[in-house]
Design a protein around this ligand. Structure first.
Ligand code: TPP
Ligand code: MG
Length: 819
């Protein structure tokens, strides 16, 4: 408990100094003669050939991008080619002593890292394992075009598989590692420990810590490497990921048996440039990326700067650093210095560097330098090395030719629905591991469980509403669903700001601190990008997560993680990966412009996310149960206005047992014949008030439907209702422009055009900042706004005097002003 870390003014104000230790630069100084004892003859040759294979792989890409052909073979490659020519030693050094259990995450310039890691894994796996992987991977889709012509060992076949799969992926072929749906910057192959690579630079900085977290919590072997460019060390999510990865609690508060600090190595692939900006000397002030470690923790992240233009110092550093990580003393920061001889992309004119500089690095070319070393050390003759290199080059070229062959390597048919089919995995998984889930106490002994047991779960008790403290509310409903899944799935963890002792900012988690060990429920730093990123990494590795962003207003802080990571990896993996993440986000009120915004529309717009917003205890429990049984990312909105609300609609109350609600199904809260009101979010309760008034004052019978979900939506119940009533009003607390209900209205207009007496009418919040609590009634939809809008734009209500201006003229005026 943090209560066990007391803060004492006497110690806090005692005089002292913060000590730093020196950070090594190029500490490795061994000669090739000394290395003869470290490496076998095979090792030397493998390092050499891996570097040559990567160089050739990228040289082919360079030629076809810049000249349209290679060795007389023409091909037009439309997509990107971010080459790492010059960085081969850094990639091969990184991968050399990693095992298949060690997982790498990287970025847009990762061809070399992918190949190096794959080659290394292939060497360590048995032939039976390799055959198993190749045969089972999408039923042999990548293997089949290779198998018949192959003469040689299984290991050689696996190398071809990797190179061919990587090329095919770049050229958007079905035979790609990710069926052509990831592409050059996102390719990966988890069976060899190659995890997603990110076109959002620094993207792996927030994701990889989640992968390392998964390894710790689920006692999985191996470490995680986040390969990040030097310029990307300026990215907020990278700093947040480092913060998340270096939290003291792993070693101070968590069960020591878990192994201590996160086993993660942040590896800076330091090629001295962003696209054209120079971090050291221009765009950053640290001079050495390794220096960043000094500010992070007392161990200075064991930071070190190594020569990545030579594979030996990198291998040496990775071996030492891996040991540190396995001992639970992570995280580690490595500043691996290299140089990108190729342009950032084929259109790069290298205007940011001089010819002389480039020539110096070309002369120092790591491949040539390494060959010299091997010759000096009498490992092999230059002729023998070049002969082996030529064989490798032609093997790479063969794979290129096969990958561009449309017959062997077809594209997914453009009229296919493949992408739609892999956007969501839509599966049910009870538990992601079979071990018993860890708890600190029997659930029956939990104070919150006991308190809930005495609560009233029905709308009325003895004919009247129960006192507030006795009502089973939305908070309880979510708690119950979470506890259920926590008790079934041992991999399930929850984290976010103030999640533990505080009980979650809005007390949903109260009681969980007593129930769960630290590693299943913990406080994250105020690092929204890292919270969502780590959830993504944890899920990619095969665990279930509930992450929390306190307020919807903070979503911007996790923008990339929400929009590009959580939403995308299932489809970019062509359905290989699952994303069992529930992201809880509460929508505020009473706290003004930056704490009271309903941002459901932002995520609703992003393909790949399920977006729900239940507003009753029955729905909250059933939908959370479904979200927590599924395998897709669900952004789960909750209204702060409603946490105390009990069930008002389901007369039999909220079941104590387990039940699920289909996330696509709108809920008919009240049936009616004259008018349909569709709501999304807490506006349901204003709609109830409006419906009551419409009935009492005008004898109008209203059908009330709560969307509950913005994506997916089954439109049938909405269409049925609108066909019956011919009139529809949609309302929600989000600002009206671009809102979820606007999309629903547009679709209903198309589905029901002939049945409508008037166009669907929208009532949202004003297109303003959310004002102070005292002024909220001028901003959020009120019941009388709904009635005024019905009167003005759907059917005149006899004798009604509107209090607000809901006319089309007013709508046009506001639109012109942009408010
Ligand atoms: C978030 C984000 N910002 C900007 C870009 C555009 N971009 C692509 S590569 C690159 C330079 C990255 O430099 P560095 O991290 O050093 O990696 P390197 O390209 O040198 O391997 C930039 C700015 C991007 N892809 N993602
Ligand atoms: Mg760089």
């Amino acid at each position: 408990m943090p209560k066990s870390i007391p803060i004492d003014p006497e110690t806090v104000f005692a005089r002292g100094r913060i000590h730093f230790s020196d950070i090594e630069i190029n500490a490795y100084q061994r000669t090739i003669e000394e290395e003869l004892a470290t490496y076998s003859q095979d090792d030397f040759l493998n390092i050499w050939l891996d570097m040559c294979a990567i160089r050739e792989f990228e040289s082919v890409l360079h030629e076809i991008k810049t000249r349209g052909s290679y060795k007389g073979i023409s091909y037009s490659h439309l997509g990107p080619a971010h080459l790492s020519i010059g960085q081969e030693a850094a990639a091969v050094g990184m991968a050399f002593s990693l095992t298949p259990d060690d997982h790498i995450y990287g970025s847009h310039r990762s061809h070399g890292e992918i190949l190096a890691k794959g080659f290394s894994a292939i060497r360590q796996m048995s032939e039976a394992q390799l055959l198993g992987i190749m045969r089972s991977y999408r039923e042999g889709a990548i293997l089949k075009p290779l198998e018949s012509a192959h003469q040689g060992s299984v290991r050689e076949l696996a190398v071809k598989f990797l190179i061919y799969g990587a090329y095919s992926e770049m050229f958007a072929r079905e035979t790609g590692l990710n069926r052509g749906l990831g592409g050059s910057m996102h390719a990966f192959f988890t069976s060899f420990g190659i995890y997603p690579n990110n076109a959002i630079v620094g993207g792996s900085g927030s994701i990889a810590p989640g992968a390392a977290l998964f390894k710790r919590i689920n006692r999985k072997p191996g470490i995680v490497v986040a390969n990040i460019g030097d310029a990307s060390f300026a990215c907020g999510p990278v700093w947040e990921g480092i913060t998340f990865a270096s939290m003291e609690q792993y070693r101070r508060l968590w069960d020591q048996a878990l192994g201590g600090g996160l086993p993660i190595l942040f590896n800076c692939m330091n090629n001295h440039y962003g696209m054209g900006g120079q971090p050291s000397g221009e765009t950053m002030g640290c001079q050495f990326i390794a220096r960043i470690g000094a500010g992070v923790n007392p161990e200075q992240m064991h930071a070190e700067r190594v020569n990545g233009y030579d594979p030996f110092p990198v291998i040496d550093a990775f071996r030492r650093k891996k040991q540190i990580l396995l001992e639970g003393r992570g995280p580690v920061l490595l500043d691996t210095v290299t140089y990108r001889m190729s342009g950032h992309s084929p259109s790069d004119a290298s205007s940011y560097r001089s010819k002389e500089e480039l020539e110096k690095w070309q002369q120092a070319d790591s491949i040539l330098a390494f060959r010299r070393k091997l010759v000096e050390g009498r490992v092999a003759s230059e002729e023998a090395l070049e002969e082996a290199r030529a064989r490798t080059q032609s093997a790479v070229f063969e794979m290129f030719k096969l990958a561009i062959d449309y017959e062997a390597s077809p594209r997914v048919p453009l009229d296919s629905e493949l992408i739609g089919a892999v956007m969501f995995s839509n599966q049910k998984v009870e538990r992601f591991d079979d071990r018993p889930p860890e708890f600190l106490q029997p659930l029956a002994a939990n104070p919150r469980v006991q308190q809930i047991r005495g609560k009233v779960r029905t709308p009325l008790q003895d004919g009247k509403p129960a006192p507030k403290m006795k009502v089973f509310n939305i908070r309880d409903a979510i708690f119950e669903a979470l506890l259920h899944r926590f008790s079934i799935d041992p991999t399930m963890v929850a984290f976010g700001e103030e999640n533990r002792d505080w009980g979650g900012a809005f007390a949903v988690y109260r009681g969980l601190t007593e129930a769960l060990p630290y590693h299943r429920l913990f406080n994250a730093p105020i690092s929204e990008a890292a919270i969502v990123g780590a959830a993504v990494g944890y899920a990619l590795e095969g665990g279930r997560v509930v992450a929390e962003l306190m307020y919807a207003d903070f979503m911007g802080r996790a923008g990339d993680e929400l929009f590009n990571q959580l939403a995308k990896w299932q489809a970019m993996s062509a359905g290989q990966l699952k994303m069992p993440v529930v992201l809880r986000i509460s929508v505020g009120a009473k706290y003004g412009a930056q704490h009271s915004q309903d941002f459901t529309a932002l995520v609703h717009h992003i393909p790949g996310l399920k977006v729900v917003y239940p507003v009753t205890p029955y729905d909250a429990k059933g939908m959370m149960n479904s979200a927590l049984a599924g395998t897709d990312p669900v952004v789960f909105f909750e209204s702060q206005k409603l946490y105390d609300f009990g069930e008002m609609f389901v007369q039999s109350g909220v079941p104590e047992g387990y039940y699920e609600i289909d996330l696509s199904e709108p809920s008919i809260k009240r049936t009616g014949n004259d008018l349909t009101i569709i709501t999304f979010g807490p506006t349901l309760y204003q709609a109830v008030e409006a419906a009551d008034q419409l009935a009492a004052r005008f004898g109008i019978s209203t059908e009330l439907i709560d969307l509950r979900s913005a994506n997916p939506i089954n439109y049938q119940p909405l269409v049925d209702s609108v066909r019956k009533t011919g009139k529809v009003l949609l309302a929600s607390d989000a600002v009206e422009r671009g809102s979820v209900i606007e999309t629903v209205a547009a679709r209903l207009t198309q589905f029901c055009f002939d049945d409508l007496d008037a166009p669907p009418v929208l009532v949202g919040s004003r297109n303003w900042i959310t004002p102070a609590a005292e002024l909220e009634a001028m901003f959020f939809p009120q019941a009388h706004w709904l009635i005024d809008a019905i009167h003005e734009r759907i059917m005149p209500l006899e004798g009604h005097q509107p209090a607000t201006n809901q006319t089309l003229g007013e709508l046009a005026r506001r639109s012109r002003l942009g408010v």
